[in-house]
Design a protein around this ligand. Structure first.
Ligand code: SF4
Length: 473
């Protein structure tokens, strides 16, 4: 399972905007690790540098020096639509004779196929296979005159999840879809303004957090300051996985520190699934806080049992199955002396396909663990995500076709406990109706387009294809 992207925007005359964007992207690296890019502008001209790889690999000092201007946007990508190639790296540049813009996108557009066909019929050319280019061309296709109105036009036609940063003519725009599926926040820096996927990016560059960009809000930043316009919205649907896994623990989302929410998940798991054991451990890094929460609530000591090779990257983020499998072996090393002969409670963020967890348990048993009790911070994932999280097709999701007892046997655990939906909501401490929880419940916050259903059908084995009706909304 992986999230799609990290985005950042800055308008700050007199500031080295490219370098600030570079450091902000560094802080957002966890959101996308395939490619990175920065675009800057000096008004009429847009400078851009994008490439495959981590932020530290993509930019040299010379690249940053060439990216001049008073405004910039940046992007870390993991492919959700479009293949993992350099031409799909972002920001993308698009333009007509009147308007030229750079755009970075986090999320997934569920009606992008039909929009693309419509735009191609109107004569718009596409250089990539991303839905981000569909957004850019849709904006450009608008009959409206000014860019803000063009963006509004596009928002009214797009469905799905999208937080955007757009750069054009010494203006930076931040856009959040009307449901607010992906996060976006705004802050100040040295008299200028910044927009970022997460608050941790603001902290690292020394910016002051001001507020979240509201669902359906278009923020415009230029020499006149900041102003906002809004698209009407009737349903909030922030991805609850931001709290479980995607966001960095030091980020604050809706006033809630991610670290604290994860600790509470552990606390609630200890209440819902107590068990006698010698030590508690969290799978690093995403479940460390939850492991500590479980340990504190249960009174069972917390120990580190696995050491993470931090520079391998997230297992799920690798783009194909072969690399994913290799990633599991490369990622962790067990601390044998801590584990040997012990009964372990192992807290993890989620089980998606069920391919990683058995290997981790096997690794712990080989290191001498006497018992392994898995506790999971997410309820069973039974439905695919259509909003930018490429977790798996439905038939690949282990909980879509196995009971919890069967999963316990399959992964080789002595016991298995998934947090309840009520427990998850309690841990976040916000009303349930402001979240998307579709991958657990199958209740999508917006109709998913027929083509998405077809895509699912194509990837389902014949005997499960009948379950198409379950993903229709
Ligand atoms: S379906 Fe799941 S992963 Fe996708 S946006 Fe909703 S909560 Fe997040």
């Amino acid at each position: 399972m992986h999230e799609s992207c990290g985005i950042f925007g800055i308008y700050a005359p007199g500031v080295d905007v490219a370098r600030v964007t570079f450091f902000a992207l560094y802080a957002l690296q966890h959101r996308g690790q395939e490619s990175a890019g920065i675009a800057t502008t000096e008004g009429a001209k847009i400078y851009i540098h994008t490439d495959m790889g981590l932020v530290s690999q993509v930019f040299t000092e010379d690249d940053l020096l060439r990216l001049t201007g008073n405004a910039a946007i940046g992007h870390n990508r993991y492919s959700t639509t479009g293949s993992s190639t350099a031409c799909n790296a972002q920001p993308i540049i698009a333009g007509t004779t009147e308007v030229r813009l750079a755009l970075g996108h986090n999320g997934n557009i569920t009606n992008s196929k039909s929009l693309r066909v419509e735009l191609e019929e109107k004569g718009f050319a596409f250089n990539s296979s991303t839905d981000s280019e569909v957004i850019a061309n849709l904006i450009l296709s608008s009959p409206e005159k000014d860019l803000e109105a063009k963006i509004k036009y596009a928002i009214r036609r797009l469905t799905g999840a999208y937080s955007l940063v757009i750069l054009s003519g010494e203006k930076v725009f931040g856009v959040r879809d009307p449901m607010g599926v992906r996060p976006l926040c705004i802050g100040t820096l040295d008299g200028g303004w910044v927009i970022a996927s997460e608050t941790c990016a603001l902290d690292h560059i020394g910016a002051q957090y001001v507020r979240e960009v509201e669902p359906g809000e278009i923020v415009t930043i230029d020499a006149n300051g900041v102003r906002s316009t809004y698209i009407e919205t009737n349903r909030r649907a922030l991805c609850i996985f931001e709290y479980i896994y995607f966001a960095r623990p030091d980020s604050v989302l809706n006033g809630k520190l991610i670290y604290s929410a994860r600790q509470k998940m552990g606390t609630i798991l200890s209440r819902e699934y107590p068990v006698n054991a010698d030590i508690v451990m969290g799978i690093p890094d995403s479940a460390t806080a939850a492991g500590l929460g479980y340990a504190r609530a249960s009174g069972i000591p917390y120990h580190e049992g696995l050491l993470k090779n931090r520079y391998v990257g997230r297992t799920f983020i690798e783009p194909d199955q072969r690399l994913r499998e290799l990633g599991v072996r490369l990622k962790f090393n067990p601390l044998t002396q801590e584990i040997s002969g012990k009964r372990l409670i192992v807290v993890d963020d989620s089980i998606v396909r069920g391919t990683t967890t058995p290997r981790v348990i096997n690794m712990l048993r080989k290191a001498g663990a006497r018992e392994v009790h898995m506790r999971i911070c997410a309820p069973p994932i039974r439905h695919p995500c259509f909003f930018g999280v490429d977790m798996a097709t439905r038939w690949e999701l282990i909980a879509a076709h196995k009971t919890v007892a069967e999963i316990k046997d399959f992964i080789g655990a002595d016991s298995l406990g998934y947090i309840s939906m009520d427990g998850l909501i309690e841990s976040v401490g916000l009303p349930a109706d402001m979240f998307c929880r579709a991958c657990f419940t199958g209740e999508y916050p917006t109709p998913v387009q027929l083509e998405m259903d077809k895509l699912q059908l194509e990837t389902l084995p014949p005997d499960t294809a009948r379950s198409l009706s379950e993903i229709e909304t």
